[in-house]
Write a protein that binds this ligand. Structure first.
Ligand code: OOB
Length: 566
């Protein structure tokens, strides 16, 4: 296994194989097999492009051969930061074919996150978009290289800067003119007519790395194996009833775990269906795509579901024919029962709640569940071998029906983060259960209801923010003596981030402080929504102040109504 990763104990691995969960299929074999079975069916629709399974397979061949000629070797890690463009699939399956490991970055990530990913994985290459949504990812790549001294190669795929199918021509400052920059079109030309390298990955080994939502100063990396991930994909596709007739709309960034495997694009490819890529999650874009492509399944986070519901209920898109839509999946953050009830009433489709995590465990409400279960729970685990413990602060299991922290282990839940022994000792129990940090209650049917959170994290409409990471950036400002970032309730996003700052001397301006954070290359969703200056932090008891207690005290103070004047 990739050095720095924690394998499942042999007796567990043997059990998961014997149960038929781990089948020995690799990501590359998966594509080859589905390309053979569904060759002429449409795999991907994105922008003006439409690729069949055979097209995708041929593109993966060329990309693999081209990337190999560029110097990417089996076992190399390659950071992939692409928006919802079809080239994502070409690059990612090209990497699998060549035996290299994609490391997924979200399009919203900036210098700080991408540099961390490149350095933490010692990446051999970085794949970025050209200019997308008004942002120049080539500049970002150049800054990352200036800061970290790596990676040696940058591939520009899609958008301006790639002279490939997206129709754009290489402009000034184009990849070819920069040292170490290559366009995906050039990679394809390098791979043209070449046999892809003959590499056979070990299905029990790590296939790719994903970023965790994080609770610490620097986000941790999640290693997923071919065996464990493809089990979750096959089982998810079955639970969700995907078929070759499925047309799946991905309104979320495609490299997030939810649209990737729950059941996501991989579930759709498993079943031979079609993935439609939405460039943004707005009702105008997505409702139009649903109508145009007769979309049957879509996956969104709660704030996006609310936007769609309000748009349709408000009559703004009354002329849209949404009759093809079979199911709307909502997950990533708690979707309240009242909003949940509106989905069938307003959109005329079924709702499926999805409570998952990039570390593994995914829960779904099932199509056969009673309506009340679908509206009021976050589903039950994929696998009969997903072990669930709901424990109190003492670590002992609480009686059924009471809330406690969710611990889990199973055939697709990791046993450790990448290169993080100290953190792993805290995040996993000695017998290998992952401490999810989620407070849940279990119903008699085994469904889970998410009641809150025990972990230091802000869930901003599905986007996860680690307070400590943002605080560390705030503390780098000379005018900041101390800082604590806390979640404050928000009717639309569920939570937003508020930074409490104890200034050093004259407080810096709010705008200046936020500009400072942006200047440090932090993703926009991590920039606090509010800044409050306070003279001092509340005392949180005797002895050493725990950051957790402090954030809790500030949150409680925030929730209390302001004292009456006088
Ligand atoms: C998904 O994955 P991550 O890794 O971005 O975040 C995982 C965390 C969970 O531990 C939980 O705190 C929260 O996100 N969460 C939910 C939720 N779904 C995720 N909290 C309440 N209700 C839900 N339905 O977010 C993710 C991965 C795969 C599928 C779906 C979501």
């Amino acid at each position: 296994m990739l050095a720095g990763c924690t394998p499942w104990p042999p007796e567990f691995a043997a059990r998961y194989r014997a149960a038929g969960y781990w089948t020995g299929e690799t990501m590359d074999a998966f594509l080859r097999d589905r390309a053979r079975r569904f060759a002429e069916r449409t795999a991907v629709v994105g922008g003006t492009q439409r690729w069949t399974y055979a097209d995708l397979d041929a593109r993966a061949d060329r990309a693999a051969a081209g990337l190999a000629r560029l110097g990417v070797a089996p076992g190399d890690r390659v950071v992939v930061q692409l928006p919802n463009v079809p080239e994502v699939f070409e690059v990612v399956f090209g990497l699998f074919r060549l035996g290299a490991l994609p490391v997924y970055a979200l399009p919203a990530h900036r210098r700080s996150e991408v540099a961390h990913l490149c350095a933490a994985t010692d990446a051999a290459a970085l794949v970025v978009a050209g200019v997308h949504a008004g942002f120049d990812y080539r500049e970002l790549a150049a800054q990352v290289r200036a800061e970290t001294g790596g990676p040696a190669r940058v591939v520009v795929a899609g958008g301006t800067g790639d002279d490939g199918d997206s129709g754009d021509t290489v402009d000034s400052g184009a990849p070819a003119e920069r040292d170490g920059f290559t366009s995906l079109a050039q990679v394809r030309r390098l791979g043209e007519g070449q046999a892809p390298p003959a590499t056979a990955a070990d299905p029990a080994d790590v296939a790719f790395l994903q970023l965790s939502g994080g609770t610490t100063g620097l986000p941790k990396l999640i290693p997923r194996t071919h065996d464990d991930y493809l089990y979750s994909v096959r089982a998810s596709a079955e639970i969700c009833g995907l078929t070759p007739d499925t047309v799946y709309l991905s309104a979320l960034p495609i490299v997030h775990n939810f649209p990737m495997s729950s059941p996501g694009f991989l579930g759709v490819f498993h079943a031979g269906g079609t993935v439609v890529l939405a460039p943004d999650p707005s009702p105008a874009t997505c409702l139009g795509l649903i109508e145009a492509h007769r979309v049957t399944d879509a996956a969104v986070v709660p704030p996006v579901a609310l936007l769609w519901l309000d748009a349709v209920a408000g009559g703004a898109h009354a002329d849209r024919d949404l009759s093809s839509l079979r199911v709307l999946q909502v997950g990533g953050a708690k979707f309240g029962a009242e909003a949940a009830r509106r989905v069938p009433a307003v959109l005329g489709c079924a709702l499926q709640q999805v409570f998952g995590m990039a570390e593994g465990l995914v829960n779904y409400t099932r199509p056969e569940d009673p309506d009340e279960t679908v509206f009021t729970t976050q589903g039950r685990p994929i696998s009969a071998d997903d072990e669930i413990r709901v424990v109190g602060p003492d670590g002992a299991e609480v009686p059924e029906g009471e809330a406690g922290e969710l611990l889990t282990r199973g055939p697709y839940t990791i046993r450790g983060y990448y290169n993080a022994p100290e953190h792993n000792a805290l995040a996993f129990t000695p017998d290998g259960f992952y401490r999810t940090g989620d407070l849940v209650r279990r119903t008699p049917t085994g469904h889970l209801v998410v009641e809150g959170r025990a972990k230091d994290q802000i869930n901003r409409g599905g986007e996860k923010v680690a307070p400590e990471e943002v605080e560390n950036h705030l503390l780098a400002h000379p005018g900041v003596h101390d800082a604590a970032v806390v979640a404050v309730p928000d009717p639309y996003l569920g939570e937003r981030a508020c930074a409490y700052v104890v200034p050093r001397g004259t407080p810096p301006g709010r705008g200046e402080l936020l500009a400072f954070l942006r200047g440090r290359g932090l993703a926009a969703y991590k920039i606090p929504d509010r800044v409050e200056f306070v003279a001092a932090f509340p005392a949180t008891g005797v002895g050493k102040t725990s950051r957790r207690d402090l954030r809790e005290a500030l949150r409680a103070a925030h929730a209390r109504p302001a004292p009456a004047p006088g």
